[in-house]
Design a protein around this ligand. Structure first.
Ligand SMILES: Nc1ncnc2c1ncn2[C@@H]1O[C@H](COP(=O)(O)OP(=O)(O)O)[C@@H](O)[C@H]1O
Ligand SMILES: O=C(O)C1=C[C@@H](OP(=O)(O)O)[C@@H](O)[C@H](O)C1
Ligand SMILES: [Mg+2]
Length: 185
C-alpha cells in the first residue's frame, strides 16, 4: 500500500467525533507513515487549548492558523493528517488537501453525539443543544466533506481498527493516476 501511495499524504476530514485523530494514528502505523493532527500542532504552537483560543482570539484567528499549519504540513510527505472538523470551510485549504488523498469519515449525528456528549474540549459543541448543533453543522458542511476523494461510512459499534482496515482496503480504488500524482505544494 505504501508503494501504491507513493508517499502522498492522507488527509482525514470529518465532523468532530468521527474518529479522525483515533483512526489517523492507526492508519499511520499500518502504512509506516508519520502522523500529524492539525489541532495538536496549533495547540502546541499557541500554548493554549483550542477552547481557550476560541474564547480569547475567536474562531476566525483559529481558522487562519489552521490554514497556515496545513500549508506547512503539505510540504512534508508520507503523513497521515488528522484535520480539525472545520478545515473544509476555507476554499484555500482545499488546494492543500488535494495534494494528497482526502478521506471523509462519514458518521451519523447520533454516533457523533454519543461520543462527544461528555466532551468539553470542542468549543463549537458547548451549546445548550449540542445534538441540534451537530445536526446543523453537518447539514452545512456535508457538501464540503463530499469533495473528498473517498467516503467511508462509519457504522455504530465499528472499532477504530476495523475502520482503519476499511480505509486501507478502499484506497486502491481511488488512487490518482501516476501521471497526475502531485509533486509537492
Ligand atoms: N470507532 C470508534 N468507536 C468508539 N469510539 C471511538 C471510535 N473512534 C473514536 N472514538 C472515540 O470518540 C471520541 C472522538 O474521537 P476523535 O478521534 O477525537 O475524533 P475527531 O478527531 O474526529 O474529533 C474519542 O473519545 C475517541 O476515543
Ligand atoms: O469542527 C470544527 O470546526 C472544529 C473541530 C475541532 O477538531 P475535531 O474535529 O478533531 O474535534 C477543532 O479543530 C475545533 O474545535 C473546531
Ligand atoms: Mg481530532
Amino acid at each position: 500500500m505504501n508503494n501504491l501511495l507513493k508517499g502522498i499524504n492522507l488527509y482525514l476530514v470529518a465532523m468532530p467525533g468521527a474518529g479522525k485523530t483515533t483512526v489517523g494514528r492507526l492508519l499511520a502505523k499500518q502504512l509506516g507513515y508519520g502522523f500529524i493532527d492539525t489541532d495538536e500542532v496549533i495547540v502546541k504552537a499557541v500554548g493554549q487549548p483550542i477552547s481557550q483560543m476560541f474564547a480569547e482570539q475567536g474562531e476566525a484567528e483559529f481558522r487562519l492558523l489552521e490554514s497556515k499549519v496545513l500549508a506547512q504540513i503539505c510540504a512534508i510527505q508520507k503523513l497521515v493528517v488528522a484535520t480539525g472538523g472545520g478545515i473544509i470551510l476555507r476554499r484555500e485549504n482545499w488546494s492543500y488537501l488535494h495534494h494528497g488523498l482526502v478521506v471523509w469519515l462519514d458518521a451519523a449525528v447520533d454516533i457523533l453525539y454519543s461520543r462527544l456528549v461528555e466532551d468539553t474540549t470542542r468549543p463549537l459543541l458547548q451549546d445548550p443543544d449540542p445534538k441540534a448543533k451537530l445536526r446543523s453543522l453537518l447539514e452545512q458542511r456535508q457538501p464540503l466533506y463530499a469533495q473528498a476523494d473517498l467516503r467511508i461510512t462509519i457504522t455504530e459499534g465499528e472499532t477504530p481498527e476495523e475502520i482503519s482496515t476499511r480505509v486501507l482496503e478502499a484506497i486502491p480504488s481511488v488512487l490518482k493516476k501516476p501521471d497526475s500524482l502531485p509533486n509537492g505544494c
